[in-house]
Design a binder for this molecule. Structure first.
Ligand code: CP3
Length: 359
């Protein structure tokens, strides 16, 4: 069904608790997965990654398949998330970026001028054959378990490009946004096109849902987010296909950290599911987003480092508060911390299933 891949892949998983919860339909039990479920918390991940740079690993279909499957095998989570990174579309297009362990993405030549924006290479769909191959393999290996595809949202990618690496305040990014509105518009448009191509490739190859990560959007006021960022994130979702025209479509999850004030807008950008960090309880988040959305979240990742009694009480609270939403996908409020005991993750999967089983 795709102009971008010449071999038809296995039939994608269209129905699952993840998809049902995302669309607000009845579930067998609350689906649960974890942001960064594949990664350094798992010894089997550290073993297969040894000797391969992060962004190399992301372009190797064998490694992508193996690492994506690891948390599904170990924890019995209700969804796999593609092993990749938000900067990968930029790297594939030819931008010089490295992921430094313990630091994050570092950009060799940060985008600081209008000319830098115009010089950014565009991602070509033909550059993503490795991705189509990896998703086809994953979909057939996963069987009934849905695969979540993902991309970084234009704003969060712009922060890495402009700052040159991770930053706390994102001051250079905001300064560029205010001082160069036209170049900002062109930059975010470019990033939205490459994110859409990256996501569309995953959906065409058989991903059952997508998540758009706008991890750092919470640093913006609602007014700036609405005027200067949201239209570009909406363009990414729009690039996924036309629901009204009956094109193949999958549920859309939209997530950022510290977005308490932005929650209604995060939904409005075109999501079915609004991801919530640990700062806003899910019953309050449900009020903020309104009735048309499911919620994903929002256990504090640090709670996985606490004692079992505390962990269990917090999981119970999140499951209870999640009942206020149209549908609930259990997750953390942000990614798994590297020193998390994998046993605690498996325990949470079992507990969420037990607490939410339909009798
Ligand atoms: O969730 C998953 O299991 C899927 C894989 C995934 C990775 N990165 C793998 C990864 C996903 C969804 C991402 C998205 C991503 N990457 C985001 C958005 C999500 C979020 O956390 O807010 C962001 C901001 C990035 C940028 C990035 N890449 C950071 C901040 C880091 C961590 C740097 C560090 O070492 O602390 C990375 C590297 C990265 N991405 C790792 C993994 C497993 C660690 C690489 C390693 O093993 O050394």
């Amino acid at each position: 069904t795709s102009a971008q891949s010449d071999t038809a892949g296995p039939a994608p998983q269209a129905d699952s608790d993840l998809v049902r919860a995302a669309l607000g339909r009845p579930v067998e039990h609350t689906p649960v997965w974890f942001m960064r479920q594949a990664g350094r918390s798992l010894p089997e991940y550290r073993a297969v990654r040894a000797g391969t740079a992060m962004l190399q690993a992301c372009q190797d279909p064998d490694l992508v398949t193996e690492i994506t499957l690891q948390p599904v095998r170990r924890h019995g989570v209700d969804a796999a998330i593609l092993f990749s990174d938000i900067v990968l579309p930029l790297v594939v297009a030819g931008v010089d970026i490295e992921i430094k362990p313990g630091v994050g993405p570092v950009v060799a030549e940060p985008v600081r001028t209008v000319a830098d924006v115009d010089a950014l290479p565009d991602l070509q769909p033909e550059q993503l054959d490795f991705l189509t191959t990896a998703v086809h393999r994953l979909v057939s290996e996963l069987g009934p378990v849905p695969l979540i595809g993902f991309a970084g949202a234009p704003f969060t990618l712009a922060t890495y490009l402009i700052e040159g690496g991770p930053s706390k305040e994102h001051a250079r990014t905001k300064a560029f946004m205010y001082a160069e509105p036209e170049a900002w518009q062109r930059l975010l448009t470019k990033l939205s096109v490459s994110a859409a191509v990256f996501l569309r490739t995953q959906v065409d190859a058989g991903a059952s849902a997508v998540q758009l990560f706008d991890s750092w959007a919470g640093v913006l006021s609602a007014a700036d987010y609405a005027a200067r960022v949201l239209p570009h994130s909406r363009a990414v979702f729009d690039g996924l296909g036309d629901r009204a025209a009956g094109e193949r479509d999958v549920p859309r999850i939209h997530f950022g950290v510290g977005t308490g004030e932005l929650l209604p807008l995060i939904g409005d950008a075109g999501a079915d599911v609004v991801g919530v960090d640990w700062r806003v309880p899910l019953d309050e988040a449900a009020r903020r987003v309104g009735p048309g959305y499911s919620l994903q979240g929002n256990l504090d990742p640090a709670v996985l480092l606490a004692d079992r009694a505390t962990l269990d009480a917090e999981v119970r609270r999140v499951v209870e508060q999640g009942r206020a939403a149209r549908g609930h996908v259990f997750n953390l409020g942000h990614g798994v911390l590297p020193d998390t005991d994998p046993g605690a993750i498996t325990h949470v999967v079992d507990l969420v299933h037990q607490l939410s089983a339909r009798s």
